[in-house]
Design a protein around this ligand. Structure first.
Ligand code: NAP
Length: 345
């Protein structure tokens, strides 16, 4: 067992089904280089923000991880607060690691983050050195890992000096508890400053994780240019706008959907008639490309040459298959891109 310190990996109620990874798992996935680093990530990665918590169906969660790995998805993205309750997605994932991936740790890129509210008091949130070092130790404990591959500061902290937060990331890498450092949700100027500070410390900023989709194009206003100039990779979260950029909500709000769940971060109010009209128009354009809307939405974020990976979420294995199938058609001509812009209004 390399780099894994969990034992057993089973909890009462877990299925006894065993798992053997598919032999052809590296045959069709595309792997893209992360900025100017030596690391590559799959063009589609899987995030465990929703549907992997203690409230969720563990067998389904485990099937999704298996399906992802079988399709060549080597990168799994977590954070201290994913659940609910916070921390439980890391615990669930740690059990799967121990049971199914003990001999595959070196084939996986596992990330975690800290930056949002995690424990009570002044040291369980934001960007102090105290919080980041303690939080990563807790994450490693929950996942049964000696190290994560990438550790992110989850969001900028307006009150902690950037030098302290970046110093904490540098220490974490030097301690061997993360192999690479990343930042998430940092605006362009803070990204430049963070990258400069990390460079000064000798730990390059590997990757940035911004929100980007057909419905949220903010990174086009400067961030993508900064990442290209700095040689930082880019993995975008919520490329499907949490499920809106799919056929999920075309016939109403399904009971098992994120918008319907009390702990889901997608507000019911986001499913408006106006949005649905746009989603239908986009769906037609996707159909012209021989893709589902979800596939076109994934392909669309990957059209930038600096884009490393589309970080999708899923509530069933079929969602992961759909996302990975996007890689069958990543090309857009100018006419298609203009039609998409017109459909967005
Ligand atoms: N850095 C940050 O601050 C931050 C913030 C948010 C997320 N993230 C990361 O990004 C990951 C992905 O975020 P996300 O879950 O919002 O991504 P997303 O891919 O935009 O949304 C995923 C949801 O879309 C629906 N879906 C996915 N594929 C589908 C398909 N083919 N057809 C129909 N519906 C489909 C599912 O909704 P249902 O569950 O309703 O079925 C799924 O849970 C997270 O897990 C996390 O790792 C990071």
């Amino acid at each position: 067992m390399v780099g894994l310190r969990a034992e057993g990996g089973m909890k009462k109620g877990d299925s006894i089904m065993s798992y053997e990874p598919a032999g052809d798992r590296y045959e069709s996935m595309i792997y893209r280089r992360v900025g100017r680093s030596g690391l590559k990530l799959p063009a589609v990665s899987l995030g465990l923000w929703h549907n992997f918590g203690a409230v969720d169906d563990t067998d389904n969660a485990r099937k999704m991880i298996h399906r992802a790995f079988d399709l060549g998805i080597t990168h799994f993205d977590l954070a201290n607060n994913y659940g609910p309750p916070p921390g439980s997605a890391e615990e669930t994932f740690g059990r799967f690691l121990a049971r199914d991936f003990a001999t595959h740790r070196d084939e996986m890129i596992i990330s975690s983050k800290a930056g949002w509210d995690m424990w009570p008091g002044p040291y369980g949130n934001w960007g102090s050195r105290k919080y980041l070092l303690a939080s990563l130790d807790q994450s490693l404990g929950r996942m049964g890992l000696d190290y994560v591959d990438i550790f992110y500061h989850h969001r900028p902290d307006p009150d902690t000096p950037l030098e302290e937060t970046m110093g904490a990331l540098d220490s974490i890498v030097r301690q061997g508890k993360a192999l690479y450092a990343g930042i998430s949700a940092y605006p362009p100027e803070e990204t430049r400053r963070a990258a400069a500070e990390l460079r000064r410390l000798g730990t390059p900023c590997l990757i940035h994780q911004p929100r980007y989709s057909l419905f949220d194009r903010e990174p086009e206003d400067g961030l993508l240019d900064v990442l290209a100039e700095e040689g930082i990779g880019c993995i975008v979260f919520s490329p499907l706008a949490q499920g809106l950029l799919t056929d999920r909500y075309l016939q109403g709000i399904p009971e098992d959907s994120r918008a319907a769940k009390p702990h889901g971060f997608l507000d019911r109010a986001a499913v408006t008639e106006g949005r649905l009209a746009i989603i239908r128009r986009l769906g037609e354009l996707a159909g012209n490309r021989g893709q589902s809307l979800a596939q076109m939405a994934v392909a669309w974020v990957l059209r930038h040459s600096i884009m490393t990976s589309a970080l999708i979420g899923a509530s069933r294995a079929a969602h992961i298959e759909d996302g990975v199938s996007a890689l069958g058609n990543l090309d857009f001509d100018d006419g298609e891109l203009e039609a998409i812009d017109r459909a967005l209004g």
